[in-house]
Design a binder for this molecule. Structure first.
Ligand SMILES: [Zn+2]
Length: 272
């Protein structure tokens, strides 16, 4: 979960590129004629995103004059294969090395936040294109109209969202992650939906337990010198430092959870 600036260009720029790179006059005219409707769809998208209502954006709109198959082709041929169109794609992909949906994986794909199969007029809309890892791109599905939406990295403010971790028993391996806060707040409801649908608790747990053994020696040394209180203090410091770097990442939540666990600080890290 990451809040990230949107692309610096809009669908009007993409339309200009596609038109300039097209060789057939008829196709150039169709793109020019589509420009106003593509821009209107982009503006409508922005309005819905600002109020966490992207699942209310009308589906199957072909007001821009391209049917569903043609709209997918606009993306797959004009944006992925054509050299100038590809530059737009590459700029979006390069805007983040990390997946903007989970914040953990490497961004190697571009996800259509609203899927290209259902939203023909948004297939080449830059604010609908998100750098994402393959796992998130695969796991993400449509959000039903009556449910919260996924968190949109270009539009969400995560100020009211907090990732917390709890240890279910004395083993650090039992750590689980969740979203704290008032679920009646739209952004918290969306964060919980996002967290659940993408399986982020499991992903965060994997990373936490993968890193844990690399710290055994450090924890043991502190314990030998300062006891359990020293380990707890060290973990709190790590949590604070991690939170400053990545507020909604797994590290800040895991370290804080373990700092509060008497079992963990009494050499319980070795149980995992
Ligand atoms: Zn991801």
């Amino acid at each position: 979960m990451i809040s990230h600036p949107p692309p610096s260009f809009g669908v009007g720029d993409v339309a200009t590129t596609i038109r300039a790179e097209a060789s057939q006059p008829d196709f150039r005219k169709r793109i020019e004629d589509a420009r106003a409707n593509l821009a209107a769809a982009e503006a409508d998208y922005q309005r819905h995103a600002a109020s966490h209502r992207l699942n209310e954006v009308p589906v199957d709109s072909t007001a821009h004059g391209f049917d569903s198959a043609e709209s997918v082709r606009l993306y797959e041929y004009r944006l992925l294969e054509k050299p100038c169109g590809r530059q737009h794609y590459e700029e979006i992909l390069a805007s983040s090395t990390k997946c903007l949906l989970c914040g953990c994986g490497r961004a190697t794909t571009v996800d259509h936040f609203l899927p290209k199969s259902r939203y023909p007029n948004l297939t080449v809309c830059p604010i609908n294109l998100i750098p994402a890892c393959k796992d998130c791109n695969y796991a993400k599905s449509d959000s039903p109209a009556d449910s919260p939406t996924y968190l949109h990295p270009y539009f969400v403010s995560l100020e009211d969202v907090e990732v917390v971790a709890t240890q279910q028993n004395s083993s650090p391996a039992s750590i689980e992650f969740s979203i704290a806060g008032d679920a009646s707040t739209p952004v918290v409801a969306s964060a919980r939906f996002h967290f659940r649908e993408l399986g982020l608790s499991s992903i965060y747990q994997f990373h936490a337990l993968h890193e844990l053994p690399t710290c055994y020696q450090q924890y043991s040394r502190i314990y030998d010198e300062q006891g359990a209180a020293g380990v707890a203090h060290f973990l709190r410091t790590r949590a604070t430092s991690a939170k400053a770097r990545e507020r909604h990442g797994w590290r800040q939540a895991a370290y804080l959870c373990w700092s509060r666990s008497p079992d963990f600080c009494e050499q319980g890290w070795q149980i995992a």
